[in-house]
Design a protein around this ligand. Structure first.
Ligand SMILES: [Zn+2]
Length: 297
Protein backbone atom coordinates (compact mmCIF):
# COMPACT_ATOMS: atom_id res chain seq x y z
CA UNK A 1 0.00 0.00 0.00
CA UNK A 2 1.69 3.24 -1.07
CA UNK A 3 2.10 6.09 1.35
CA UNK A 4 -0.52 8.72 0.51
CA UNK A 5 1.61 11.63 1.73
CA UNK A 6 4.52 10.62 -0.44
CA UNK A 7 2.24 10.33 -3.44
CA UNK A 8 0.77 13.72 -2.69
CA UNK A 9 4.17 15.39 -2.40
CA UNK A 10 5.34 13.69 -5.58
CA UNK A 11 2.26 14.93 -7.37
CA UNK A 12 2.94 18.49 -6.31
CA UNK A 13 6.55 18.39 -7.47
CA UNK A 14 5.47 16.97 -10.83
CA UNK A 15 2.70 19.54 -11.11
CA UNK A 16 5.07 22.44 -10.53
CA UNK A 17 7.56 21.04 -13.03
CA UNK A 18 4.86 20.73 -15.67
CA UNK A 19 3.43 24.10 -14.75
CA UNK A 20 6.76 25.75 -15.42
CA UNK A 21 7.44 23.78 -18.59
CA UNK A 22 3.98 24.56 -20.01
CA UNK A 23 3.09 20.99 -20.87
CA UNK A 24 -0.06 19.02 -20.11
CA UNK A 25 -0.71 18.69 -16.41
CA UNK A 26 -1.60 15.92 -14.08
CA UNK A 27 -4.55 16.22 -11.71
CA UNK A 28 -3.45 16.01 -8.07
CA UNK A 29 -5.97 13.42 -7.04
CA UNK A 30 -6.13 12.14 -3.45
CA UNK A 31 -7.80 8.96 -4.70
CA UNK A 32 -4.29 7.77 -5.43
CA UNK A 33 -4.25 7.68 -9.17
CA UNK A 34 -2.80 10.02 -11.71
CA UNK A 35 -5.30 11.45 -14.17
CA UNK A 36 -4.44 13.30 -17.33
CA UNK A 37 -5.90 16.78 -17.41
CA UNK A 38 -5.28 20.31 -18.51
CA UNK A 39 -3.56 23.21 -16.80
CA UNK A 40 -4.09 23.61 -13.09
CA UNK A 41 -4.97 27.28 -12.90
CA UNK A 42 -5.42 27.31 -9.15
CA UNK A 43 -1.66 27.28 -8.76
CA UNK A 44 -0.72 30.68 -7.34
CA UNK A 45 1.87 31.68 -9.94
CA UNK A 46 -0.78 32.25 -12.63
CA UNK A 47 -2.19 35.72 -13.11
CA UNK A 48 -5.93 36.34 -13.06
CA UNK A 49 -5.86 36.93 -16.80
CA UNK A 50 -4.20 33.53 -17.33
CA UNK A 51 -6.80 31.87 -15.13
CA UNK A 52 -9.60 33.54 -17.10
CA UNK A 53 -8.06 32.42 -20.39
CA UNK A 54 -7.63 28.86 -19.11
CA UNK A 55 -11.28 28.75 -18.02
CA UNK A 56 -12.40 30.09 -21.39
CA UNK A 57 -10.32 27.48 -23.20
CA UNK A 58 -12.00 24.68 -21.30
CA UNK A 59 -15.47 26.17 -21.81
CA UNK A 60 -14.74 26.61 -25.51
CA UNK A 61 -14.60 22.84 -25.91
CA UNK A 62 -17.72 22.13 -23.83
CA UNK A 63 -21.27 21.97 -25.15
CA UNK A 64 -23.17 20.39 -22.28
CA UNK A 65 -22.11 22.43 -19.27
CA UNK A 66 -23.51 21.88 -15.79
CA UNK A 67 -23.37 24.88 -13.45
CA UNK A 68 -23.72 24.74 -9.67
CA UNK A 69 -24.36 28.09 -8.01
CA UNK A 70 -24.34 28.93 -4.32
CA UNK A 71 -24.88 31.92 -2.06
CA UNK A 72 -21.77 33.66 -3.41
CA UNK A 73 -23.45 34.56 -6.69
CA UNK A 74 -26.41 36.10 -4.87
CA UNK A 75 -24.40 38.11 -2.33
CA UNK A 76 -23.29 40.20 -5.30
CA UNK A 77 -26.98 41.03 -5.76
CA UNK A 78 -27.29 42.14 -2.14
CA UNK A 79 -28.75 38.94 -0.70
CA UNK A 80 -26.74 38.07 2.41
CA UNK A 81 -25.14 34.69 2.83
CA UNK A 82 -26.23 32.77 5.88
CA UNK A 83 -22.78 33.39 7.38
CA UNK A 84 -22.13 36.94 6.17
CA UNK A 85 -22.45 40.15 8.20
CA UNK A 86 -25.89 41.72 7.83
CA UNK A 87 -27.58 38.37 7.42
CA UNK A 88 -31.00 38.23 9.11
CA UNK A 89 -29.77 34.98 10.64
CA UNK A 90 -26.94 36.65 12.54
CA UNK A 91 -29.29 37.65 15.35
CA UNK A 92 -31.80 34.86 14.78
CA UNK A 93 -30.23 31.48 13.98
CA UNK A 94 -32.23 29.60 11.35
CA UNK A 95 -35.16 27.57 12.61
CA UNK A 96 -34.76 23.87 11.89
CA UNK A 97 -37.51 21.75 10.41
CA UNK A 98 -38.22 19.80 13.59
CA UNK A 99 -38.54 23.00 15.63
CA UNK A 100 -40.81 24.52 13.00
CA UNK A 101 -43.17 21.56 13.13
CA UNK A 102 -43.26 21.20 16.91
CA UNK A 103 -42.77 24.67 18.38
CA UNK A 104 -45.15 27.60 17.85
CA UNK A 105 -42.56 30.03 19.16
CA UNK A 106 -40.01 28.75 16.63
CA UNK A 107 -42.54 29.39 13.87
CA UNK A 108 -42.90 32.97 15.12
CA UNK A 109 -39.14 33.43 14.91
CA UNK A 110 -39.18 31.88 11.45
CA UNK A 111 -41.77 34.31 10.13
CA UNK A 112 -40.02 37.28 11.72
CA UNK A 113 -36.72 36.38 10.01
CA UNK A 114 -38.51 35.69 6.75
CA UNK A 115 -40.04 39.15 6.77
CA UNK A 116 -36.53 40.70 6.77
CA UNK A 117 -35.20 38.26 4.22
CA UNK A 118 -38.18 38.65 1.91
CA UNK A 119 -37.60 42.39 1.84
CA UNK A 120 -33.98 41.87 0.80
CA UNK A 121 -34.89 39.30 -1.87
CA UNK A 122 -37.63 41.56 -3.24
CA UNK A 123 -35.09 44.34 -3.79
CA UNK A 124 -32.50 42.07 -5.43
CA UNK A 125 -31.80 41.94 -9.15
CA UNK A 126 -29.63 39.56 -11.16
CA UNK A 127 -26.01 40.66 -11.46
CA UNK A 128 -23.39 40.33 -14.18
CA UNK A 129 -22.65 36.70 -13.26
CA UNK A 130 -26.31 35.71 -13.68
CA UNK A 131 -26.44 37.41 -17.07
CA UNK A 132 -23.16 35.80 -18.16
CA UNK A 133 -24.78 32.40 -17.60
CA UNK A 134 -27.68 33.48 -19.80
CA UNK A 135 -25.13 34.22 -22.51
CA UNK A 136 -23.81 30.68 -22.06
CA UNK A 137 -27.35 29.38 -22.61
CA UNK A 138 -27.76 31.51 -25.75
CA UNK A 139 -24.55 29.93 -27.07
CA UNK A 140 -26.25 26.54 -26.58
CA UNK A 141 -23.48 25.38 -24.30
CA UNK A 142 -25.49 25.21 -21.08
CA UNK A 143 -27.08 21.90 -20.07
CA UNK A 144 -28.53 23.29 -16.87
CA UNK A 145 -28.08 25.19 -13.62
CA UNK A 146 -28.25 23.56 -10.23
CA UNK A 147 -28.62 26.21 -7.56
CA UNK A 148 -28.47 26.20 -3.79
CA UNK A 149 -30.20 29.58 -3.84
CA UNK A 150 -33.92 30.06 -3.50
CA UNK A 151 -34.15 33.66 -4.70
CA UNK A 152 -35.22 33.06 -8.31
CA UNK A 153 -32.53 35.38 -9.71
CA UNK A 154 -31.46 32.91 -12.42
CA UNK A 155 -35.02 32.91 -13.76
CA UNK A 156 -35.16 36.71 -13.46
CA UNK A 157 -31.99 36.90 -15.55
CA UNK A 158 -33.79 35.09 -18.36
CA UNK A 159 -33.25 31.35 -18.00
CA UNK A 160 -36.09 29.03 -18.80
CA UNK A 161 -37.49 27.71 -15.48
CA UNK A 162 -36.92 24.12 -16.62
CA UNK A 163 -33.24 24.93 -17.05
CA UNK A 164 -32.85 25.70 -13.32
CA UNK A 165 -32.86 23.03 -10.60
CA UNK A 166 -33.52 24.64 -7.21
CA UNK A 167 -31.97 22.18 -4.77
CA UNK A 168 -33.12 24.09 -1.71
CA UNK A 169 -36.51 25.12 -3.08
CA UNK A 170 -37.88 28.59 -3.76
CA UNK A 171 -38.79 31.44 -1.43
CA UNK A 172 -41.25 32.75 -3.99
CA UNK A 173 -43.78 30.11 -3.08
CA UNK A 174 -45.24 28.81 0.16
CA UNK A 175 -45.92 25.12 0.75
CA UNK A 176 -47.95 23.14 3.24
CA UNK A 177 -45.74 20.93 5.43
CA UNK A 178 -48.40 18.18 5.39
CA UNK A 179 -50.03 17.97 1.95
CA UNK A 180 -47.62 20.06 -0.13
CA UNK A 181 -50.34 22.48 -1.26
CA UNK A 182 -48.69 25.59 -2.68
CA UNK A 183 -49.54 29.25 -2.85
CA UNK A 184 -47.54 32.30 -3.81
CA UNK A 185 -45.43 33.72 -1.00
CA UNK A 186 -46.87 37.18 -1.59
CA UNK A 187 -50.35 35.74 -1.00
CA UNK A 188 -49.22 34.14 2.25
CA UNK A 189 -47.45 37.32 3.28
CA UNK A 190 -50.73 39.20 2.84
CA UNK A 191 -52.40 36.78 5.24
CA UNK A 192 -49.61 37.34 7.78
CA UNK A 193 -49.78 41.11 7.34
CA UNK A 194 -53.56 40.89 7.87
CA UNK A 195 -52.99 39.40 11.31
CA UNK A 196 -52.47 35.64 10.94
CA UNK A 197 -49.63 34.70 13.23
CA UNK A 198 -49.38 30.98 12.43
CA UNK A 199 -50.67 30.49 8.88
CA UNK A 200 -52.11 27.09 8.09
CA UNK A 201 -53.05 25.27 4.90
CA UNK A 202 -56.63 25.95 3.75
CA UNK A 203 -56.91 22.35 2.51
CA UNK A 204 -55.61 20.26 5.41
CA UNK A 205 -54.71 22.57 8.30
CA UNK A 206 -50.96 21.80 8.12
CA UNK A 207 -48.44 24.53 8.83
CA UNK A 208 -47.47 26.67 5.85
CA UNK A 209 -43.90 27.79 5.28
CA UNK A 210 -41.78 29.01 2.40
CA UNK A 211 -41.17 26.27 -0.17
CA UNK A 212 -37.51 26.10 0.86
CA UNK A 213 -35.50 23.43 2.64
CA UNK A 214 -34.91 24.01 6.34
CA UNK A 215 -32.05 22.47 8.29
CA UNK A 216 -32.95 18.87 9.00
CA UNK A 217 -35.15 18.63 5.92
CA UNK A 218 -34.23 16.37 3.03
CA UNK A 219 -33.71 17.70 -0.47
CA UNK A 220 -36.59 16.16 -2.46
CA UNK A 221 -35.81 13.62 -5.15
CA UNK A 222 -37.66 15.81 -7.65
CA UNK A 223 -34.67 18.18 -7.41
CA UNK A 224 -31.86 15.84 -6.41
CA UNK A 225 -32.30 13.20 -9.11
CA UNK A 226 -32.21 15.67 -12.04
CA UNK A 227 -29.19 17.35 -10.41
CA UNK A 228 -27.34 14.04 -10.20
CA UNK A 229 -28.29 13.22 -13.76
CA UNK A 230 -26.95 16.56 -14.94
CA UNK A 231 -23.70 16.00 -13.06
CA UNK A 232 -23.33 12.55 -14.59
CA UNK A 233 -24.03 13.62 -18.19
CA UNK A 234 -22.37 17.05 -18.54
CA UNK A 235 -19.07 17.58 -20.33
CA UNK A 236 -17.84 20.31 -17.95
CA UNK A 237 -18.79 21.15 -14.38
CA UNK A 238 -18.68 24.80 -13.32
CA UNK A 239 -19.03 25.82 -9.66
CA UNK A 240 -19.90 29.46 -8.96
CA UNK A 241 -20.15 31.04 -5.53
CA UNK A 242 -20.41 27.86 -3.52
CA UNK A 243 -18.07 26.89 -0.72
CA UNK A 244 -19.19 23.26 -1.28
CA UNK A 245 -19.73 22.71 2.42
CA UNK A 246 -23.37 21.64 2.27
CA UNK A 247 -24.56 18.25 1.08
CA UNK A 248 -25.94 17.07 -1.24
CA UNK A 249 -24.65 19.94 -3.43
CA UNK A 250 -21.07 19.26 -2.36
CA UNK A 251 -21.13 15.73 -3.78
CA UNK A 252 -22.24 16.79 -7.27
CA UNK A 253 -18.77 17.82 -8.53
CA UNK A 254 -17.47 14.41 -7.45
CA UNK A 255 -20.12 12.70 -9.59
CA UNK A 256 -18.91 14.73 -12.54
CA UNK A 257 -15.23 14.07 -11.81
CA UNK A 258 -15.71 10.30 -12.02
CA UNK A 259 -15.76 10.79 -15.79
CA UNK A 260 -12.62 12.94 -15.69
CA UNK A 261 -14.34 15.94 -17.24
CA UNK A 262 -13.04 19.46 -16.54
CA UNK A 263 -13.98 21.18 -13.28
CA UNK A 264 -13.87 24.97 -12.90
CA UNK A 265 -14.45 26.66 -9.55
CA UNK A 266 -15.12 30.39 -9.18
CA UNK A 267 -15.54 31.29 -5.53
CA UNK A 268 -14.19 34.07 -3.34
CA UNK A 269 -12.90 31.60 -0.79
CA UNK A 270 -10.97 28.37 -1.43
CA UNK A 271 -13.00 25.17 -1.33
CA UNK A 272 -12.02 21.72 -0.13
CA UNK A 273 -11.79 20.40 -3.70
CA UNK A 274 -9.76 23.16 -5.33
CA UNK A 275 -6.93 20.64 -5.79
CA UNK A 276 -9.23 18.58 -8.03
CA UNK A 277 -10.18 21.50 -10.25
CA UNK A 278 -8.62 22.34 -13.60
CA UNK A 279 -9.17 26.04 -12.96
CA UNK A 280 -9.89 27.74 -9.64
CA UNK A 281 -10.46 31.49 -9.45
CA UNK A 282 -10.90 33.12 -6.05
CA UNK A 283 -12.63 36.28 -7.25
CA UNK A 284 -16.14 37.69 -7.48
CA UNK A 285 -18.10 35.82 -10.14
CA UNK A 286 -19.71 39.05 -11.36
CA UNK A 287 -16.27 40.37 -12.23
CA UNK A 288 -14.62 37.34 -13.83
CA UNK A 289 -17.44 35.32 -15.40
CA UNK A 290 -18.39 38.00 -17.98
CA UNK A 291 -14.69 38.23 -18.94
CA UNK A 292 -14.52 34.47 -19.41
CA UNK A 293 -17.72 34.29 -21.47
CA UNK A 294 -16.57 37.22 -23.63
CA UNK A 295 -13.62 35.09 -24.79
CA UNK A 296 -15.87 32.33 -26.13
CA UNK A 297 -16.61 32.19 -29.80
ZN1 LIG B 1 -52.09 21.06 3.38
Amino acid sequence: MPDTNIISQTHLIILHMFQISGYTFIRNDPVQHLLPTRKLSHLPMLTLQQQIEDAAELLQHAHHIAVLTGAGISTESGIPDFRSPGSPWQDNPPVGYKAFITDAEARQRYWQTRRNLSAQVALAHPNAAHYALVELEKMQRLAGIITQNFDGLHQDAGHLPERVIELHGTSREAACTLCGNRSSMSELQQRIDAGEIDPCCPLCGGYMKAATILFGQKVPDTALLPAKKLASTCDLFLVIGSSLKVTPASMLPHIALRREIPLIIINLQPTSIDHLADVTINQKAGEVLPRIIALLR
